[in-house]
Design a protein around this ligand. Sequence first.
Ligand code: AMP
Length: 283
Amino acid sequence: MNIIRKATELKEQLNSNENKNKSIGFVPTMGALHNGHLSLIGASKSDTDLTVCSIFVNPAQFNDPKDYEKYPNTIEKDVQFLKEAGTDLVFIPSVMEIYSDGSANLEQYDLGYLETILEGEYRPGHFQGVCQVMSRLLRAVMPHQLFMGQKDYQQCMVIQKLLRLIHLDQTISLQVCPTVREADGLAMSSRNLRLNEQERKKAVAVSKALQFVKEGIKPGDLTRLEIEAASQLSSNGFKVDYFEIAQADSLVLTNEWNGKSKLVALTAAFLNQVRLIDNMLLN
Ligand code: AMP
């Protein structure tokens, strides 16, 4: 497994005689890797000839500087993990390598409605930062397939929109892979490393609340179900940013179900200092 720090070197490797006719799969990450990330590597390995994984904690997407400072860093373990998983190339650029023109006046993307709700509403600027880094990473790798997790449902929709905005939607196909969970249902996340023992036990309430909605959904008004799910989180000590039900294909928020359309429930909530997000398809 080759570890690469410069985009020029990455291009050289991908265009080498050995690699130039291979299909490329790309798994972008921020490190602190777990089995959720591993499932994306596995999907890429089974669908493409050459798997590139990036590790880059992107300052532009953290609306809270403290969250950036506290983001877990387990780089040596990550490299070992990727090697064992059979990753071909790991791209670990510096901030200067990605943002060589500095971070002032970065380009803005017209994400429309998607940026006004849920994570867009509660983390202003977050999705602009995601798009700023992803457009750079995608141009550096130019994969055939891009593997991302359903865990970040809204992010997947933002990236699909980004691909259209930067005219790469015909070149790069986005594959959304299922959320990998711990045995008790907690969605795997790098941020789980920041939970203490007591918080870790309480964190299961997030997937339980989503499961409660999935099991309780009936055609008609959904308001009471959403309120009950959010109050389950509050009574477990969470400060809830949102608990919403939306149309799965458009993310249009809804309080009514016609019994047919595909719905997804999405939530974000703080357990003390740690913000957890999760979602579940309901039907
Ligand atoms: P991150 O390192 O948190 O930026 O995540 C990198 C990629 O891994 C993103 O596409 C995430 O959606 C995906 N991912 C994170 N957690 C999980 C999980 N539990 N299951 C599946 N994919 C995940």
